[in-house]
Design a binder for this molecule. Sequence first.
Ligand code: MBD
Ligand code: FE
Length: 304
Amino acid sequence: MKDHTMHRTAAKSKYDPYFTDRVIDATGPNALPRLKKIMPSLLRHLHDFAREVDLTVAEWMAGVELINEAGRMSTDKRNETGLLCDILGLETLVDEISSKLLLRSDSKVAATPSAILGPFYRTDAPVLPNGSSIVFSSPDSDWYKTAVPLLAYVSGRVVSASTGAPIAGAEVDIWHAGPNGMYEQQDTAQPDMNLRGRFRTDGEGRYGLYCLRPTAYPIPADGPAGRVLQLLDRHPYRPAHIHFIVGAPGFRTLTTQVFDREDPHMADDTVFAVKQELVVRFAPRVGDDKAAWELAYDFSLTEV
Ligand code: MBD
Ligand code: FE
């Protein structure tokens, strides 16, 4: 075995000190460049973890089964593997890394911080005119009756971070969970695409729509992510939040969330996504029989 490789692995390990290097060195000369660059680190951390905790075959198999189960549960409507990453902080961490890589110091208006996409985004939400509602449930359903006290008007502007100028024609894609803490695709009581919609800013960069003031939400406990939380003695709650993806030609697409400042779980989000700049206040709305609450929120986008 090559002598110079010895120092690359844990030399004092009771396990084969050359093993990890052998696995790393199996990579061929035509490997995908990015993989060639990052796999040595991944393999070293993965192997070191197994050695450090003396991982048993039974434990490794339980982990494989957990990931298999998450994969089997995942569809275009539910991303259980993503959810597993979320409770381990991985999605928030890569979101931080990606947004740091894109940071620009020449902004006039601070760019709106990003937050994680989460596992319940659906593409192709209905495109609606400003001023319309994403509450699609029938007004005489029980579901709607629970929702009425939460009806909210959400509006604001989309602006360029570098100039502060409004962006006309930006797309604001919004989605959130219902008052029972469930996204539409988790809940047979909600119609397809309920609480989802896409809006386009007008000539002054404005968007506006009716939705609900969001409700604190326990992530689903019926899969591997819920089981891991339970085994770790952790609670499953996310603070009340609304998701947004805001994009416009010439600007970086912003994936983010806003959080209701009155939510008691603000300080202990189970997926670690809260940022101070994204904490908002819902104010009582007066003179509008279509909404009890209102929120004004502007998005500031970074140029490409
Ligand atoms: C959610 O609703 C969510 O937004 C995230 C990020 C993770 C789990 C559930
Ligand atoms: Fe969410």
